[in-house]
Design a protein around this ligand. Structure first.
Ligand code: OMP
Length: 272
């Protein structure tokens, strides 16, 4: 999907919400466990109930890999369901990959060709040649970790190397790479005070912003400096939306949570 198509969808739905499909077997409603494919049934119900308010879904592959072959099959079924029924929705494989070139090439093939995701999250730690195989896909988006939402972000990402912190080097260096227009960056909602400096370096890029909801990040704080002329933000919430209820009403409860976030976004967009 082209970024211009994502922007058009955001403007139409008045939403820049990304819902994380992080399916935890200990948290999904008990009645689904009796079905043939609980993970897919859960995802399908969540997608059906929330897609009006959502422009992107982000399954984190860890939750699927943890269930072995059945989990991977459920992931494949989920992405196929989205691509068939909601081709306008931007899909993110949250896999945080990155390795030596030929290995990264296989990761890229897995997520872009076999599973047909629009994008994948990639760790920048191994440098340019570990990211290039993802960027080689001209019609796909690579989402590079810059400043993550977790407390451990301060262990390495904010360390100074010369003038700049490591996360700034990631932004500055990667934006010079070939096909860098197909890069987005992860910036955690829990780090809102860094967004002005992030925007100074990458004014035009989209930022994937996890950490709203269960991790306590603030949507309005992120938007103060995070928005750009193309909106430029995808705000992710996973647990806060998909586990709003663990009862028979789980999908309806998720819809309400997604709608609440969408309404907040609509207000923000109306004054920006
Ligand atoms: O790449 C990510 O999506 C990500 C980066 C980051 O800095 N922090 C972060 O929480 N995430 C992911 O975003 C999701 C957040 O989930 P909730 O905290 O339940 O909303 C999880 O799938 C995380 O793995």
């Amino acid at each position: 999907m082209k970024i211009s198509e994502l922007v058009a969808q955001i403007r139409k739905k008045k939403s820049f919400l990304c819902v994380g499909l992080d399916v935890d077997m200990d948290k999904i409603p008990a009645h689904l466990l009796q079905t043939e494919d609980p993970i897919f049934e859960f995802n399908k119900a969540i997608i059906d109930a929330t897609h009006d308010y959502v422009v992107s879904y982000k399954p984190n592959t860890a939750f699927y890999e943890a269930q072995g072959i059945k989990g991977w099959q459920a992931l494949a079924k989920t992405i196929a369901y989205l691509n068939t029924n909601h081709p306008e929705i931007f899909t993110i494989a949250d896999a945080k990959r990155g390795d030596i070139g030929n290995t990264s090439g296989m990761y890229a093939k897995a997520f872009f060709e076999d599973l047909a995701f629009d994008s994948v999250t990639v760790a920048p730690y191994m440098g340019k040649d570990s990211v290039e195989p993802f960027l080689a896909y001209k019609d796909k988006i690579t989402i590079l970790l810059a400043l993550t939402s977790n407390p451990g972000a301060f262990d390495f990402q904010t360390l100074k190397t010369g003038e700049d912190e490591v996360y700034k080097k990631v932004l500055e260096t990667s934006k010079k790479w070939q096909n860098a227009k197909n890069l987005m960056y992860v910036a955690g909602a829990t780090k809102a005070e860094y967004f002005k400096e992030i925007r100074d370096i990458v004014p035009d890029s989209f930022l994937l912003v996890p950490g709203v909801g269960a991790q306590g990040g603030s949507l309005s704080e992120v938007c103060k400096f995070g928005l750009n002329k193309n909106i430029g933000l995808l705000i992710n919430s996973s647990r806060g939306v998909i586990y709003a209820s663990d009862g028979l009403d789980f999908a309806e409860a998720a819809r309400k949570e997604a709608h609440k976030l969408q309404k907040e976004m609509e207000v923000i967009l109306s004054v920006n």
